[in-house]
Design a protein around this ligand. Structure first.
Ligand SMILES: [Zn+2]
Length: 83
């Protein structure tokens, strides 16, 4: 049985594509039925958008590779600004 705490803990990994297919399914199913977690998911996603660029607005519901490369560029940006 998956709890909200588990889901919230996985959301950033989920957004970054760092979860297993099984976990992704679990998260998606939970988000559909849980308003609190979907609110957290929403604000986390918006935060990623603000940190990145607006191309993410073109990403519909499927995410996948485009989000992954977006996150990669985010990581690259973060690395170049901290070093
Ligand atoms: Zn929840």
């Amino acid at each position: 049985m998956v709890t909200c705490k588990t889901i919230i803990g996985q959301i950033s990994d989920y957004l970054e594509g760092n979860v297993s297919a099984e976990m992704r399914e679990t998260i998606e199913r939970h988000l559909r039925g849980c308003r609190r977690c979907s609110a957290v998911y929403d604000s986390t996603r918006k935060m990623l958008v603000i940190m990145g660029d607006e191309t993410i607005f073109e990403v519909p519901e499927g995410y996948g590779n485009r989000l992954h490369s977006f996150v990669d560029s985010l990581v690259a940006k973060a690395k170049s600004s901290t070093s």
